[in-house]
Design a protein around this ligand. Structure first.
Ligand SMILES: O=P(O)(O)OC[C@H]1O[C@H](O[C@H]2O[C@H](CO)[C@@H](O)[C@H](O)[C@H]2O)[C@H](O)[C@@H](O)[C@@H]1O
Length: 616
């Protein structure tokens, strides 16, 4: 007798059954064995009184001489006596509202099976057993023939009792057979053996693995990773990059180029600058491979004309900006969305802060803004739920960082990687440098494929392959970078290596386009136009605020595009560069406040100059 055993709920359910199904009055008896209480206290006393009251009421209402519907046994009972009760019981009912494993159902099945004695002259009839078990007890999922109930629901438990004892003998035999087969094979020896096997499997490579501590507080975990798993160092990758002739660079978006936690999901100017520069290099094929929809990716990366984009995990691919989007799936049947959507809605309603995102090819349930523990518990449950209702649909259900996503089967970032590598191979320039960076589970498919047997046939024999995950965690990738800053620093090193081969004019040109600058006519030396082509190595680039150039201000006062007067606040920045460092310093511009007005002077050898103004 413990308060969580749900004994009174069982009595109420039994009472309900007798009330609704009259046929059992005078025939059904509930024997409640209440083992002596393991604790004492007010709560327990209350529950004992409640049980007594229910038993008396039921017996008063439905009992008569020679028939007591409820038999409450409140004393310790010998094992032999218990076996006797179990072996004659048509059905065992466990209604605990909270429990551990609870072995009562297993014991009951074994007692009902009985012992077959070959000396018995009378042939035994097949054993039967029935179970009504609470879904809150540990053994419940292992008993597939049991009727599972939520013990708080008295009506359905009462109906389950009626169903259990009303089933045909053949049905009871089948269910018993199933249960007995399970119980007799999953014995202590089986459990200990499988536990040891699991332990051995998990620890097999421990000595050859490196262990990292990750996370803080309750989130702290020790992860065992391959000893070859190591930090990607910019120098190492930059030297492989410089040597390579045909490079494939595949970059995930969220959590890789932009932190998962940032509220503004658009790429920073820095990201655009790096990606543009990498794309400008003719030896590069650069792709953003993301789960996001194509519209936002398209808009955000507008300045990167040569960038390839794979959206919705590869459902859509666009090779460069001037090419059309292609769909890499023959799927036209999206009726599964009508099945998945109501399930997601159910969880959205019960999980504050969660929401559903509808993409062209997929449905995503987001729980980033929900309570962390509840959100992830709901996500796990929803994943199981979706998997079962969508079992016959052509979809896959996957979880990611604070998301559960349903998408068409066969669509994966891994396939995108293969397509890009195969396109390069078809053009006769198989990749000799492959860099793939991502942070989430969907990116693991890319890491697996770039190093897999299919890719092997598509890339150059001596290719350098860098699969790189963001954050130290078990991964198919061989390298890691710590965070998005680390990713951008590494990519900057590669962009720098590329820029050495890009003319300064090209650099300034792409910078001007990206930064919405307005070029002022060069009035300093009397020229009226930007002297295109005069910018060469060795010239200097100065970006100055007007306070440092009072004379220029005077010179410029007549200019149409000029915007005097300037406030003191606008006149506070000054920077000088050497043109050989142009490529490094251009990125600094993006850190300036865009509402300020600057004059930049780009001097060529003969003091040709351009001036441009930076507007918001
Ligand atoms: O492949 P990725 O580039 O990593 O994109 C995967 C998913 O990105 C988006 O979700 C992510 O951003 C959400 C906030 O905007 C955030 O709540 C979530 O945790 C992130 O995973 C996108 O909404 C999903 O459709 C993509 O599958």
């Amino acid at each position: 007798m413990d308060i969580f055993k749900g004994i009174n709920l069982k009595l109420l359910a039994f009472e309900h059954m007798l009330k609704i199904h009259h046929k059992w009055q005078g025939r059904a008896v509930l024997v409640q064995i209440a083992n002596p209480a393991r604790a004492q206290g007010k709560d327990l006393k209350e529950i004992q009184d409640e049980i007594q009251e229910s038993c008396q009421r039921i017996n008063r209402t439905f009992g008569h001489e020679g028939y007591s519907p409820v038999v409450l046994i409140e004393r310790s009972m010998s094992a032999v006596e218990k076996v006797a009760y179990y072996s004659i019981a048509e059905c065992v009912v466990v209604t605990a509202v909270r429990d551990g494993m609870n072995l009562t159902p297993y014991e009951y099945i074994v007692y009902r099976q009985g012992i077959f004695d070959s000396a018995d002259s009378v042939a035994k009839s097949p054993a039967k057993s029935m179970l009504v078990v609470s879904e809150f007890i540990g053994c419940s999922p292992s008993l597939s023939g049991a009727i599972r109930i939520n013990s708080w629901n008295i009506q359905t438990t009462g109906e389950a009792l009626n169903e259990a004892i009303s089933l045909s003998d053949a049905e009871k035999e089948l269910r018993h057979e199933k249960h007995y087969r399970y119980v007799s094979t999953h014995n202590v020896a089986y459990w200990s053996k499988s536990f040891m096997q699991g332990l051995e499997r998990t620890c097999k490579d421990h000595f050859s693995r490196t262990c990292w501590g990750s996370g803080l507080g309750f989130g702290f975990r020790v992860v065992a990773v391959d000893p070859n798993f190591r930090k990607l160092h910019a120098d190492g990758i930059a030297s492989a990059y410089t040597k390579a002739k045909s490079r494939a660079i595949l970059l995930d978006y969220d959590g890789t180029l932009v932190p998962q936690t940032s509220i503004n999901k658009k790429p920073s100017r820095e990201v655009i600058r790096i990606v543009s520069t990498l794309c400008e290099d003719k030896q590069n094929v650069v792709f953003i491979v993301s789960g996001r929809g194509r519209q936002s990716l398209d808009e955000w990366f507008l300045p990167c004309e040569k960038l390839g984009i794979s959206a919705e995990h590869g459902y859509f691919i666009r090779w460069t900006q001037d090419q059309e989007w292609e769909t890499y799936s023959h799927t036209t049947d999206f009726t599964w969305m009508q099945i998945a959507d109501p399930v997601m809605n159910l969880y959205t309603e019960s999980t504050d802060g969660s929401c559903i995102e509808t993409k062209d090819s997929a449905l995503v349930w987001h729980h980033r803004d929900a309570d962390p523990d509840f959100g992830s518990a709901q996500a796990k449950e929803m994943l199981d739920h979706l998997e079962s209702v969508l079992a016959n649909e052509p979809v896959s259900v996957k979880s990611g960082k604070f998301i559960v996503e349903v998408k068409p089967q066969g669509i994966s970032k891994g396939l995108v990687a293969e397509k890009i590598l195969s396109s390069l191979a078809e053009k006769g320039r198989p990749a000799d440098f492959v860099l793939c960076i991502g942070d989430d589970r969907s990116d693991e498919d890319m890491f697996e494929n770039i190093a897999g047997p299919v890719a092997e046939k598509l890339i150059a024999p001596d290719a350098s392959i860098f699969g790189c995950t963001v954050g130290q965690k078990p991964s198919q990738a061989r390298f890691f970078l710590d965070d998005t800053n680390d990713v951008l620093n590494t990519l900057t090193a590669l962009a720098d290596a590329s820029e050495q081969f890009v003319s300064p004019e090209k650099l300034i040109h792409s910078f001007l386009i990206r930064s919405s600058l307005i070029i002022h006519n060069d009035t300093m030396n009397g020229r009226s136009k930007f002297p295109h082509g005069t910018l060469i190595q060795g010239s200097s680039l100065c970006l100055r605020n007007l306070s440092t150039f009072p004379d220029y201000v005077r010179n410029f006062k007549g200019e149409e595009t000029f915007r005097p007067p300037f406030s003191q606040r606008e006149l506070c920045h000054c920077i000088d560069w050497d043109t050989s460092l142009v490529r490094r310093n251009l990125s600094l511009i993006s850190s300036f406040e865009p509402s300020f007005t600057y004059i930049a002077t780009l001097r060529a050898v003969k003091f040709h100059s351009i001036f441009f103004q930076l507007y918001k």
